[in-house]
Design a protein around this ligand. Structure first.
Ligand code: ATR
Length: 278
């Protein structure tokens, strides 16, 4: 298996991102940029772990004292919960983890996607405000959980499969409506694309933004391309936008602090964004 060897350069701290496929993950670029910037002699890499190998992976790493933990991406975010302690109650709340770390001699799991989503819009007061979320997959789950915690108003979730949207609304106790995905959206203080539509190689997300108020914000979790068709349409309409690199970097920052025990140098985000966009 790919993961059996552990760190090829032993005696230094390391972490990794696991998934399948994993080759296109941006996480190694981000975490290595911060390790370099801070002068930490450590490593962060991408490791392909097949679904059947998840238990063997955690068993192998648990004995490796240099291993600080890992980030987790598709398809392991739900399954990994079964292999770790759950100090934050993520199992019952978000239902998926993206970070595993050592705690009290055991492996523990948490989810930094919710905090990462919230970080770029943390100054907004969305209390009682209408919000629209497109998508009902793993990313939408963390986003809706974060929105429920700040007490947003009516939430409209549009999804190709509207039954999944309805299930998420009820599981987070949100008031609102689940609708099939069409271009028509209601007015909202914030509209979020939590699907992969608009990503390079995927169809664009076709949304009619004319009902959005002039001070509405459009937030896309897709980061390749940086300017998705949705964000281009939002800018053309004069709306404020948040791009997917902001969430990507913010969720990684929370994970980096957990894995390496120190805050990353966020004042260097401009350099990091240029590196990631290039
Ligand atoms: P992630 O972890 O990135 O959220 P996911 O859990 O597979 O990935 O969720 C993908 C989301 O994108 C879902 O909302 C999915 O819609 P369905 O729930 O109906 O499957 C949506 N999605 C993906 N491809 C799509 C497409 N071609 N058209 C419409 N929606 C799409």
């Amino acid at each position: 298996t790919d993961f059996a060897a552990g760190d090829p350069s032993p005696n230094r701290p390391y972490a990794e991102v696991i998934g399948d496929p994993i080759a296109h993950s941006k996480s190694p670029l981000i975490h290595r940029f911060w390790l370099d910037a801070l002068g930490i002699d450590g490593d962060y890499r991408a490791t392909r772990v097949a679904a059947d190998d998840l238990a063997a992976f955690f068993a192998a790493r648990a004995d490796d004292s240099h291993w600080r933990g890992c980030n987790i991406t598709v398809p392991h975010k739900v399954e990994a919960l079964g292999h770790v302690a759950d100090p934050g109650g993520v199992r019952a709340s978000i239902g998926a983890i993206n970070t595993v770390f050592r705690q009290d001699g055991a492996l523990a799991g948490t989810n930094t996607d919710a905090a990462g989503f919230w970080s770029p819009i943390g100054d907004l007061d969305l209390t009682g405000q209408p919000v629209t979320v497109i998508g009902a997959g793993g990313a939408a789950r963390a986003i809706l959980w974060a929105l429920a915690r700040v007490g947003v108003g009516k939430v409209t979730v549009l999804n190709r499969n509207p039954l999944k949207a309805a299930a998420l609304l009820s599981s987070f106790g949100l008031k609102g409506q689940a609708l099939p995905l069409t271009p028509q959206v209601p007015p909202a203080a914030l509209l979020v694309n939590a699907t992969s539509l608009g990503m390079t190689g995927q169809p664009p997300l076709d949304i009619d933004l004319s009902a959005m108020p002039d001070d509405g914000i459009v937030y896309d979790i897709v980061y390749a391309p940086l300017e998705t068709p949705l964000l281009a349409a939002a800018r053309a309409r004069g709306l404020d936008t948040v791009d997917g690199l902001e969430m990507l970097i913010a969720q990684a920052a929370v994970a980096f602090a957990i894995l390496f025990g120190t805050e990353p140098p966020r004042e260097r985000d401009d350099e990091l964004r240029a590196l990631l966009a290039g």
